[in-house]
Unconditional design. Structure first.
Length: 141
């Protein structure tokens, strides 16, 4: 029993540490999360390494300066739950994410809180507020 508890504790710590890393938008490191900020009505998915600055600045939208990736929830990792979340959000004049809305996604109860905590820490360039930016985040184990 102690061995199982130690293994579970190590597993959870590894997941939490991996999820706490911060990264600037210019970085091309790989992650288990697929991200694609999409400014159209129908979001598309793209791997993190495929995100280009041009995808984030079309139509004079604010440039993303900092991303904090969501933690993979321990319960979801333990049960190997995967899925995607679709969200809309606004960016205020100071570059902060505001008004985060989950879009018709069945896994909100599993991944929603983790994604909201991460998005609240994202930063965009100041002076370019934007409304209704779409984002799809796929959680893959």
């Amino acid at each position: 029993m102690k061995i199982k508890l130690a293994i579970l504790s190590l597993f959870c710590s590894t997941i939490l540490l991996n999820g706490c890393a911060t990264q600037s938008i210019q970085s091309d490191t790989q992650s288990n999360l697929l991200l694609k900020p999409k400014l159209a009505d129908k979001p598309e998915k793209m791997t993190q390494s495929e995100i280009k600055e041009s995808n984030l600045t079309v139509k004079n939208y604010p440039k993303n300066l900092l991303r904090i990736y969501p933690n993979y929830p321990v319960k979801a990792a333990f049960n190997r739950i995967e899925g995607e979340l679709k969200v809309k959000f606004d960016v205020d004049e100071n570059g902060h994410v505001q008004n985060i809305r989950m879009l018709d996604t069945p896994l909100v109860d599993v991944f929603g809180l983790s994604l909201i905590h991460a998005l609240e820490q994202w930063r965009y360039e100041t002076g370019k507020p934007a409304k209704d930016l779409n984002l799809v985040i796929e959680f893959k184990f």
